[in-house]
Design a protein around this ligand. Structure first.
Ligand SMILES: Nc1ncnc2c1ncn2[C@@H]1O[C@H](COP(=O)(O)OP(=O)(O)OP(=O)(O)O)[C@@H](O)[C@H]1O
Ligand SMILES: [Zn+2]
Length: 730
């Protein structure tokens, strides 16, 4: 009797053996492919399991084996290369196979829903196409007509562009639009946005990148605003022309509407979008379109990496240096690294694009594993912005802003241009302090202070999301002499409102802009602005946005990164400064960047300003080489969180003991030590850091360690995790 070896979405590092369902004959069982969804009884529940393989017999006594309930998919929905990627990732990251395989299915299918391809798109009826301008009183409906005049589009894409279902329904009710299947639509390049003429560096990159057949990893190293996206677009056009599909990853959901609009403008309805902001139905549809080859380009965030394709011909990872590609909890994978692995398994080329590549990627170029193409001039503007350091020591600051920066904003606005102020802290002030007794508002659940959010009269913890009302009097001395220490975007916005009462101010952070479509609206307003405006925001603003009228970028405060204990802090600071400054002067007018600091002599500032990022990177790489840190060595981190700090420490001490007995001599263990954020959401956090030289088989070794840790006894409330190549050391 053949046995089905099935993985379920539970944190268990094993598969489970089942007998085939009763109504299955041997011939149909013999045809079952890995990746097939199979419903199985598990404990008292019925779960959707995924077939990993078949076996002639089980180690478990046959009489004890349960029978699978039903085969959900007649054929496996996971193509072989994707299945292989999941197995590899489960090994490399020592993560339970069931949880990894489950990621390859959209949430709806994880519940056992069968696939189908309903009418998922909207197109204009002949009446809609001929509708004269001004026929609709609702500007939103009119905008949707205009949008659909260029191309039909999926509901998900329209939603991402800010058209709600009620606007769509209104057009359908009026007979101006009808639902259609996206596969009914035709790819019509003649209607698409025109392709700009590439400059010679872009041309060279597109020509070379389009030549690759089979696996080839390339870094597209182009300064900010050099037209990397244009290179992706034209390389993808060649991929599509050859009949293959392309997958494009972006680091943030916030980037998808803008990028999607650019891709859809060029390629029309054959572009799909996949991110966690979509409804489950939308996600299932886009996934299905990719799987069945109905879409040619899929644009998505981190987890879109696990989408099945019928014929994947190219992967693009935009802003490849961005740490948002690393998942920080649960299955802690790095989407860029796995994308390279996927390209290798799929035997297709991959392009990693950035103005500030990660040291890992630069090192891969240096050792010849990756090819490099360079774009070192801006596509539109004549040059990169000029820099000025503002030494704020002893200066009086208004919500963190120096007079020099305020004057520069006035000057910029006076010319009808836009200024962008970067401040990477949300809220009003980061500490609530009693002026009389020194009491400070701390989070009850975390080892951190609560942030003042004045508009909502609340204190919020940015680590565990706990919140409470602002206290009226000090719980310690009953005084009401409060002081808000420090400043965040909320406070800076208030200050700007009184300094610039007649200027539109757009604040962009996760408190004001909750979704990608909201951000898109704000960006539209900024792009439509003709008379000058101020933009104030957190790192949401630093990435990839193409704001043509910004000529001044003010970096309010990045000093904290100078003193971080994270070994990647300098690399991040270099990337952040280069990226943020890259928002300045992208149009036809030259740009300026002003950097406020209490440490005007810090070397990294001068490196970024006077050299190009390449030299900063090479000096950082040199330092990493000397210390054996990544990319020259590997880090594995074992975390344990417990309500009882001694339990967490004890668990990691046993882990250390187990590791010590089996590790080669040149491996180093540090800890267990309390994490820098020693308590979060009521649990004490400990870390054991393991430094290893680069070894091909390290992941096999890690896997066996994970198995050992699984067997270590501990209290049930303790949770532990292994993080391979960690990015978060907090
Ligand atoms: N060859 C070209 N001719 C004219 N305009 C171009 C050309 N290539 C790109 N552009 C335009 O230049 C601007 C910047 O290009 P793009 O956004 O692709 O740069 P990028 O390298 O992706 O930027 P960043 O890394 O800063 O996000 C865009 O408005 C784009 O349409
Ligand atoms: Zn908290």
């Amino acid at each position: 009797m053949p046995i089905l070896r099935i993985a379920v979405a539970k944190p268990l590092r094993t598969t489970f053996d089942y007998l085939p369902p009763l109504d299955c004959d041997d011939a149909s069982i013999a045809k079952l492919q890995p990746g097939t969804r199979i419903e199985v009884p598990f404990g008292r529940a019925q779960l959707v399991g995924i077939l990993v393989n078949r076996a002639p017999e089980s180690e478990v006594n046959q009489t004890k084996l349960k029978r699978a309930t039903r085969i959900i998919d007649p054929i496996s929905l996971l193509p072989k290369p994707l299945f292989e990627l999941c197995l590899w990732a489960s090994q490399y990251y020592a993560h339970p196979i069931g949880e990894v395989l489950t990621l390859a299915f959209p949430p709806l299918l994880r519940k056992g829903v069968e696939t189908n391809a309903p009418h998922n798109a909207i197109k204009l009826t002949p009446e809609g196409r001929l509708a004269p301008q001004g026929i609709l009183r609702s500007p939103k409906q009119a905008a949707l007509i205009e949008r659909l005049q260029r191309h039909e589009a999926t509901r998900s894409a329209l939603k991402a562009e800010g058209f709600s279902s009620s606007i769509i329904k209104a057009l359908i009710d009026k007979g101006l639009a009808i639902p259609c299947r996206i596969e009914d639509s035709e790819f019509s390049p003649s209607e698409s946005d025109p392709q700009p003429r590439l400059n010679s560096q872009q041309q060279f990159a597109v020509a070379q990148l389009s030549q690759h057949a089979g696996f080839k990893a390339s870094l597209l190293y182009g300064i900010t605003g050099s037209g990397k996206t244009e290179v992706y677009l034209q390389t993808i056009a060649n991929t599509i022309a050859s009949g293959a599909q392309a997958m494009v990853l972006v680091p943030e959901i916030a980037l998808t509407p803008q990028t999607a609009a650019r891709f859809q403008g060029r390629f029309g309805a054959c572009v799909g979008v996949l991110h966690s902001g979509l409804t489950e139905t939308q996600r299932a549809r886009e996934w299905e379109r990719a799987r069945t080859g109905k879409l040619q380009v899929l644009l998505g965030t981190r987890s879109a990496l696990f989408t099945p394709f019928q014929n994947l011909g190219l992967i693009v990872v935009d802003e490849e240096h961005d740490s948002a590609y690393k998942q920080q909890d649960g299955f802690r994978y790095h989407a860029r690294d796995l994308a390279v692995k996927r390209a290798q398994i799929e035997q297709c080329p991959i392009i990693l694009g950035s103005a500030t590549p990660s040291l890992e990627t630069i090192s891969n170029v240096n050792i010849g594993r990756f090819e490099q193409y360079t774009l070192n001039t801006r596509a539109k503007a004549a040059s990169l912005p000029s820099w000025q350091i503002i030494d704020v020591r002893q200066q009086s600051l208004e919500a963190g802003l120096s007079q020099t920066l305020i004057d520069a904003c006035h000057h910029t606005l006076g010319k009808g241009e836009q200024a962008l102020l970067f401040l990477n802290r949300r809220g009003f002030a980061h500490t609530l302090l009693c002026h009389d007794c020194g009491w400070v508002a701390e989070c009850d659940n975390c080892d951190s202070r609560m942030v003042i959010h004045k508009r909502h009269n609340r204190l919020r913890c940015h680590h565990c999301q706990a919140q409470k009302p602002l206290p009226k009097t000090c719980p310690s001395c009953h005084s009401n002499h409060w002081q808000g220490v420090g400043y965040g975007t909320e406070r800076a916005e208030l200050a700007l409102q009184s300094l610039f009462p007649h200027t539109p101010i757009h604040r962009i952070d996760s408190d004001t802009v909750g979704s990608a479509s909201q951000l898109d609206h704000v960006l539209d307003a900024i792009n439509a602005n003709q008379t000058g405006c101020l933009i104030l925001g957190t790192q949401m603003l630093a990435k990839g946005h193409d704001l043509a009228k910004v000529t001044l970028v003010g970096i309010v405060d990045t000093d904290a990164l100078l003193f971080s204990s994270d070994f990647r802090a300098e690399e991040r600071l270099g990337q952040l400064l280069t990226q943020v400054s890259g928002r300045s002067g992208r149009g036809d007018r030259p740009g300026t960047v002003m950097l406020q600091t209490h440490h005007p002599d810090a070397e990294i500032f001068h490196q970024v300003i006077h050299q190009d990022y390449r030299e900063t990177a090479s000096s950082l790489l040199h330092a990493r080489h000397q210390t054996g840190l990544p990319p020259f060595g590997q880090i594995v981190m074992v975390h344990a969180d417990s309500k009882d700090p001694s339990e967490a420490e004890r668990f990691l001490n046993s882990a250390r003991h187990t590791l010590t007995s089996s590790l080669p001599q040149n491996h180093v263990l540090i800890g267990p030590l309390p994490a820098p954020l020693s308590k979060r959401a009521g649990k004490f956090r400990y870390q054991l850091t393991w430094l290893a030289p680069h070894e091909k088989n390290l992941h096999r070794f890690v896997h066996s360690i994970a198995d050992t840790l699984t067997r270590l006894p501990h209290k049930s409330e303790l949770s532990w995790a292994i993080d391979i190549d960690p990015h978060d050391f907090l």
